[in-house]
Design a protein around this ligand. Structure first.
Ligand code: FAD
Length: 486
C-alpha cells in the first residue's frame, strides 16, 4: 500500500493542471492515477476525423503554458494532445503518472483521516484526493433495440475504430451534436451512402478557424505579451457573447447570425425547415462549422428525422417503418454527463456513496467540495461546465482554490477539512436561482445540461469572471477542520 499526500484521478487537462500547480508549490509527494495507457483524457480518446477544439487555442490552453506554435486558431485534436504531452514533459509529470490504474473505489477512513483507494494496479492511500475524472469521459450508448446484435462494425465517436475503412460503405451516423458536426464533412466524401439520424437539429454558427501564419507565430514566440493580449481579447469577447443567453429573448443576435448562416448555406426550404431548431439558441451547445451544411446536401447523404425504432439485422428501422440497410454504425451520441458514473465508486465519512448522496441530483460547494466527503476536491464538478468559453478558465480557478485549501490545512496542523453542509446548500440554491431564467434552463430544449430530474447540474450561470474572482481566495469559514483521534 503506497501513501501519498495527494492523489489525483485522471490525466486530462484538469488532472495535469493540478499536478503542475502542486509541483510549482514544491509538493512532490503525489501521483496521478489514470485508467488508460496514456495521458490526455478527452484529447487522447477523441481521435475521430476532424476533431478540434471549438474555443480558440490561445484560450483553450493553460495560461501558464502558452504555445506559440498552434497551426490553426482552433487547433486539431492531435496538436492539443501533443500540447498536453509537452506540458507533462516540461513540468516533469511523467514519473508521477500511474497508467492502467483505473480507480475502482475510494473510501474515506475517518480514523486514519485518509482516503483508501483500490485501483486496477493495486491499493493506495491519500491524505487528499482530487477527482479530475472529466465531465465528458463516459460515452453514452443509446438503448436502441437490436443495436448490440448489429452484425457490422459499430463504434462511438469517442472510441473511433480507425481499422474500419468507410470507403464505399453505407454508413449510419446517429446524432447531430458537436462531434458529428465535425466528422460528418470528413467522412461524407468517402462513404457510398451516409444516413444522418437527427433527433434535434443543432444551432450552427459560422466557423472562424484559420491557419496561424508565420508573422503571428513569430510574434507569439518573440513577444509573449502579445499572445497574452490576444488571449485576453478572446476571453472578454466570449464573456460578452454569453450575455444574451443569461436573459434570452427571441431573435437575439446569435440567433439571427445562425439563421442567416442556415439560409446562406441551405437553399432547399424543405431541408432548411428540418434543420431549423425550434428552441432558443444556446439551450443546447452551439456548434460552429462552415462545412457541415454543405456536406449534408451532397447526393450521397440522407438526413433522417424520424425516430429510430430498432436495428434489425443490418437495417435501421425508423418509426415510420422505413428500413435502411447499412454496413457501419457510428454513434455520435455524446456522453453520460449528469450521472457522473464515478460517484458510485466514492464512499464518504458516514459510509454513504457519493452517488447516494447525490440522489436525485448532484451539487458541490463552488463545484469543488461536498459535505460528508472530507479532503476530496473535484475539478469541473457540478455546475462548473460552460457553453460559451474555455472550461480551462474554470479549471484554473479551481486549481488555485484547491491549492489554497491545501495550504490552509497544512497551516492549521489538522488532518481533515470538510465543507459545511449549509455552505454547500446555500451555494447550490444561489446557482439554481441564477439559472432559472437563463437559456440553459428556459430555452425550450431538453439538453444534457439537465439531469433526470430536470435540474441543471452542469452549467455555470453566465460569465466566468465572477466565478474566477470568487475562487481567488480560499474561504475557511465555509469549512470545518478536524483532527484524527490520537
Ligand atoms: C470532442 C470534444 C471536444 C471538446 N472541445 C472543447 C473545447 O473546445 N473547449 C472546451 O472548453 N471544452 C471542450 N471539451 C470539453 C473537455 O472535456 C474539457 O475541455 C477538458 O478536456 C476536460 O478535461 P478533464 O481533465 O477535466 O477531463 P478529461 O479530459 O475527460 O480527463 C479525465 C481523465 O480521467 C480518466 N479517468 C476517468 N475515470 C477514471 C477512473 N475511475 N480511474 C482512473 N482514471 C479515470 C480518464 O481516462 C481521462 O484520462 C471538449 C470535449 C470533447 C469530448
Amino acid at each position: 500500500m503506497t501513501h501519498h499526500r495527494v492523489v489525483i484521478i485522471g490525466s486530462g487537462f484538469s488532472g495535469l493542471g493540478m499536478a503542475i500547480r502542486l509541483k510549482q508549490a514544491g509538493i512532490e509527494d503525489f501521483v496521478i492515477l489514470e485508467r488508460a495507457g496514456d495521458l490526455g483524457g478527452t484529447w487522447r480518446d477523441n481521435t475521430y476525423p476532424g476533431c478540434q477544439c471549438d474555443v480558440e487555442s490561445n484560450l483553450y490552453s493553460y495560461s501558464f503554458a502558452p504555445r506559440a506554435t498552434w497551426s490553426r486558431t482552433y487547433a486539431p485534436q492531435a496538436e492539443i494532445w501533443d500540447y498536453l504531452r509537452e506540458c507533462a514533459r516540461k513540468f516533469a509529470l511523467e514519473k508521477h503518472i500511474r497508467y492502467q490504474h483505473e480507480v475502482q473505489s475510494a473510501t474515506w477512513d475517518d480514523a486514519a483521516a485518509r482516503w483508501r483507494i483500490e485501483t486496477a494496479g493495486g491499493p493506495f492511500t491519500a491524505g487528499v484526493l482530487v477527482a479530475a475524472t472529466g465531465p465528458l469521459s463516459e460515452p453514452s450508448i443509446p438503448a436502441i433495440p437490436g443495436l448490440n446484435e448489429f452484425p457490422g462494425p459499430r463504434f462511438h465517436s469517442a472510441a473511433w475504430d480507425h481499422g474500419v475503412d468507410l470507403a464505399g460503405k453505407r454508413v449510419a451516423v446517429i446524432g447531430t451534436g458537436a462531434s458529428a458536426v465535425q466528422f460528418v464533412p470528413r467522412i461524407q466524401p468517402e462513404a457510398a451512402r451516409l444516413y444522418l439520424f437527427q433527433r434535434t437539429p443543432p444551432w450552427v454558427l459560422p466557423h472562424r478557424d484559420r491557419p496561424v501564419r508565420g508573422l503571428a507565430r513569430a510574434l507569439y514566440r518573440t513577444v509573449p505579451a502579445w499572445q497574452r493580449v490576444v488571449r485576453s481579447f478572446v476571453y472578454w469577447s466570449r464573456e460578452l457573447f454569453v450575455r444574451p443567453f443569461m436573459r434570452p429573448r427571441p431573435n437575439s443576435l446569435p440567433e439571427r447570425l445562425a439563421r442567416t448562416h442556415l439560409e446562406r448555406q441551405v437553399a432547399d426550404p424543405g431541408l432548411r425547415a428540418r434543420l431549423a431548431p425550434s428552441y432558443a439558441i444556446g439551450c443546447k451547445r452551439i456548434l460552429i462549422s462552415n462545412v457541415y451544411y454543405p456536406a449534408i446536401q451532397q447526393p450521397n447523404v440522407e438526413l433522417v428525422t424520424d425516430d429510430i425504432r430498432e436495428v434489425r439485422g443490418r437495417a435501421i428501422v425508423t418509426g415510420d417503418g422505413h428500413e435502411r440497410e447499412v454496413d457501419v454504425i457510428i454513434l455520435a451520441t455524446g456522453f453520460r454527463v449528469t450521472e457522473m458514473p464515478f460517484a458510485s465508486r466514492v464512499t464518504g465519512r458516514d459510509g454513504k456513496s457519493l452517488a447516494d448522496r447525490w440522489r436525485p441530483s448532484p451539487s458541490a460547494y463552488r463545484g469543488v467540495a461536498v459535505a460528508g466527503f472530507p479532503n476530496l476536491f473535484f475539478l469541473l464538478g457540478p455546475n462548473t461546465g460552460l457553453g460559451h468559453t474555455s472550461v480551462l478558465v474554470m479549471v484554473e480557478a479551481q486549481l488555485r482554490y484547491v491549492m489554497g485549501s491545501l495550504r490552509h490545512l497544512e497551516r492549521s496542523g489538522m488532518s481533515a477539512i470538510e465543507v459545511r453542509r449549509e455552505a454547500q446548500d446555500g451555494f447550490d440554491a444561489e446557482v439554481q436561482s441564477r439559472l432559472r431564467d437563463t437559456v440553459w434552463n428556459a430555452g425550450g430544449c431538453r439538453s444534457w445540461y439537465l439531469d433526470s430530474t430536470g435540474r441543471n447540474t452542469t452549467i455555470w450561470p453566465g460569465m466566468t469572471w465572477p466565478y474566477v474572482n470568487m475562487l481567488r481566495r480560499f474561504d475557511p469559514a465555509a469549512y470545518h477542520l478536524s483532527q484524527r483521534p490520537a
